[in-house]
Design a protein around this ligand. Structure first.
Ligand code: 5GP
Ligand code: MN
Length: 339
């Protein structure tokens, strides 16, 4: 961020601030939004967090989660906050169209400074202040960097740290996907500030319902298809599965990653049949880019190793389309493993 001094000036007096993040908010979206919310509140800013859609119940314990406005359910209240805002922070997404109606509302607020803090590839040019770093493990790591740019890490306390570490843990899959010595230093500092990492690990990973575990069982047995020629695995969930397993928000989180536990699997897809469209959640190991597949074929994007997209085709045609894409990547998918 090259104009941080201007932003510092803006933040030197209390402001009305809107903090927004992406649809189907994950731990990083919620963690970064609430970390920033608590940080700004310490200085008397009147901050509100708005998401396009509801967050998974597993994050209900997070300090401040109760105050989050959900645009799908509280559209009018959320719009009012956006209209009132003197500063708008956009966290953990890279383009306003990714947040639907909430993004349209933000685009209308001409002249209101917008700050983008994000780690996705190809950020759209809509913000006045930008902290975009695709090498960051998570937006939560970037919230730390942002506070460091403000020369104010002393203000990070246990609550702010808990929010940050939640996003770091979820986006790195407990320090398995994207780490750096810098990240470990940040985490050490958060621990020094009183953040209980083991408590967070329990809240995030050891708080599932029996229903969710049974769904996992289904996905790894009947729902799983392995395409050994392309070292690719697919988990398919039909509308009928959604009914049968009473699948709700957050229940499918993390399922796709299980495929990559199989040593030779390079690419994994969770393909889910929704109302009127099919959603794809893609993951990869090593240098194989699912971001390319998501953006080129499924109107999506994300990161090299974790991306998403959608299709308006039927479920079976979407599966066929996905399978037909793989031969084009045969060589890459069959490169010798480097571990
Ligand atoms: P997930 O598979 O967990 O839904 O998403 C993985 C990553 O891909 C996230 O970083 C998310 O922001 C991104 N992503 C998921 N769906 C879409 C999509 O439809 N469009 C774009 N541009 N990115 C997506
Ligand atoms: Mn993220």
């Amino acid at each position: 961020m090259n104009n941080i001094e201007d932003l510092k000036k803006l933040l030197s007096t209390p402001k009305k601030v809107a903090i927004v993040s992406h649809r189907n908010p994950d731990g990083d979206a919620i963690g970064s939004s609430l970390a920033l919310f608590h940080y700004l509140s310490r200085y008397g800013h009147e901050a509100t967090v708005c998401f396009p859609s509801e967050y998974p119940p597993i994050f209900r314990w997070m300090p401040g989660a109760d105050y989050i406005l959900i645009h799908d359910k509280q559209g009018e209240a959320a719009n009012k906050e956006i209209e009132k805002a003197e500063l708008i922070f956009c966290l953990d997404f890279n383009a306003l169209h990714r947040i639907d109606k909430l993004g349209e509302k933000i685009a209308e607020q001409e002249g209101v400074p917008k700050i983008l803090i994000d780690h996705h590839l190809d950020p759209e040019d809509f913000s006045d202040y930008t902290l975009s770093d695709i090498s960051a493990s998570s937006t939560c790591e970037l919230i730390y960097d942002f506070i460091e740019l403000l020369e104010d890490t002393k203000t990070i306390d246990k609550i702010i740290g808990e929010c940050m570490l939640t996003g770091i843990i979820t986006d790195t899959g407990s320090f398995r996907y994207s780490t750096s010595s810098k990240l470990y230093r940040i985490v050490a500092e958060l621990k020094d500030k009183g953040v209980d990492d083991l408590d967070l690990q329990n809240k995030i990973f050891n708080s599932q319902t029996a229903k969710q575990l049974r769904l996992l069982g289904h996905c790894l047995t009947r729902g799983l298809e392995l395409l050994y020629d392309y070292n690719t695995g697919m988990i398919i969930l039909t509308k009928e599965d959604y009914r049968r397993f009473r699948i709700q928000r957050g229940d499918t989180e993390g399922l796709v990653n299980y495929i990559l536990r199989i040593k030779q699997m390079r690419c994994a897809a969770l393909i889910t049949e929704r109302e009127g469209f099919v959603k794809l959640s893609l993951r990869s190991k090593g240098d194989f880019s699912v971001q390319e597949i998501a953006s080129k074929y499924f109107s999506g994007g994300g990161h090299r190793n974790a991306s998403g997209g959608m299709s308006k085709l039927s479920l079976s045609d979407t599966i066929k389309k996905f399978k037909d894409i793989l031969p084009g990547y045969e060589e890459e998918l069959n490169k010798p493993l480097d571990f």
